[in-house]
Design a protein around this ligand. Structure first.
Ligand SMILES: NC(=O)c1ccc[n+]([C@@H]2O[C@H](COP(=O)([O-])OP(=O)(O)OC[C@H]3O[C@@H](n4cnc5c(N)ncnc54)[C@H](OP(=O)(O)O)[C@@H]3O)[C@@H](O)[C@H]2O)c1
Length: 289
């Protein structure tokens, strides 16, 4: 097989799994840095994937993996270590002669944001620019797949919760994010571009509940809770403290109506319309019933 010129991180996650499917379907060879050996059974079945078992904290392994790579896709989950891991990755990519980084960021990333996730993403973006690497920053809004966290509540209680009020959010399906990422990695014209990646419409959580009700053919209710109630629930679910704070800041940002903008990036980059929330529910129906 041809030597891979693309390296991806985050291949086992929400966006990464979909990105891997797209690269494989297009027969594009790629390297994937993954941490464990257990979670990547799917990757192992893909002939286009060269799997490198390494933690992104292992600078030596990352530097070695990046040799001969032209384009790298950078994604980690948002943890307290994310900023350092991503800054180090950018420096290593630059040192290895990588030409272009496609970085998964977040809608409204800004160094002055009150939301810690948006601040760290902006700092990583700015470092990539300072290094003079060609970049494509993918800034998705709230993932529709985030609603899968409520599947058991929707199934068992017919309701779901968030501290978000009546704010509209242009949530996006991760399949669309991966489609944009695949284009940025495999086609020209995305150099030094920032894509706000949103769904084609902004919907409130009350409207999401109506859509669940219609598609699942059972009553589903959205319950608006206080930030304190949400914080308690997220902490009880076992999230580390830094992430608990980040999620509450994120939802305050949504509740202020700051995530309602609808962008045309999915349509413009991929040539197809963004997946609607109704379609997302339809496609994951079995999980909510
Ligand atoms: N959720 C949302 O609504 C939303 C909205 C906008 C932007 N975002 C951004 O999206 C990103 C998360 O995307 P996602 O949901 O696709 O991610 P995810 O499902 O949480 O997966 C994270 C991936 O990063 C890998 N990873 C983490 N730390 C690593 C390390 N030290 N070494 C090697 N690999 C490591 C994980 O590997 P393992 O399998 O080994 O854990 C996994 O493949 C975050 O940056 C977040 O800010 C999220």
């Amino acid at each position: 097989m041809t030597q891979a010129k693309i390296l991806i991180t985050g291949a086992t996650g929400n966006v990464g799994t979909q990105l891997v499917k797209r690269l494989s379907a297009a027969h594009v060879p790629f390297k994937a840095i993954v941490r464990g050996d257990d979670s990547n059974q799917y990757l192992k079945s893909i002939p286009e994937a060269e799997i490198i078992i390494a933690d992104l904290a292992d600078e030596k392994a990352v530097g070695k993996a990046l040799r001969g790579i032209e384009k790298a896709f950078l994604l980690t989950n948002s943890s307290e270590q994310a900023e350092t891991l991503q800054l180090n990755f950018a420096v290593a990519a630059h040192a290895a002669g990588v030409q272009h980084i496609v970085k998964l960021s977040q809608f409204a990333a800004a160094e002055q944001s009150p939301v810690r996730f948006l601040r760290y993403h902006a700092r990583v973006e700015n470092r990539i620019r300072e290094l003079d690497l060609t970049y494509t920053f993918l800034r998705p809004n709230l993932y529709m797949q985030g609603l899968l966290a409520f599947k058991d509540y929707i199934k068992d209680e017919g309701q779901f919760y968030a501290a978000v009020g009546n704010a509209a959010i242009s949530a996006v399906d991760v399949r669309d994010i991966a489609a944009v990422a695949a284009h940025a990695l495999t086609t020209q014209g995305h150099e030094n571009k920032i894509y706000d990646i949103t769904g084609g419409e902004a919907v409130t959580h009350y409207e999401m509940a109506d859509i669940f009700t219609r598609v699942l053919r059972k009553p589903v209710k959205f319950v608006d809770v206080s930030p304190e109630q949400m914080e308690g629930a997220v902490r009880a679910a076992g999230f580390p403290e830094w992430q608990v704070g980040g999620l509450i800041e994120d939802y305050a940002h949504y509740a202020r109506g700051e995530a309602a903008v609808v962008s045309k990036a999915v349509q413009e980059v991929t040539g197809h319309a963004a997946i609607r929330f109704e379609q997302f529910v339809e496609d994951h129906k079995a999980l909510f019933l």
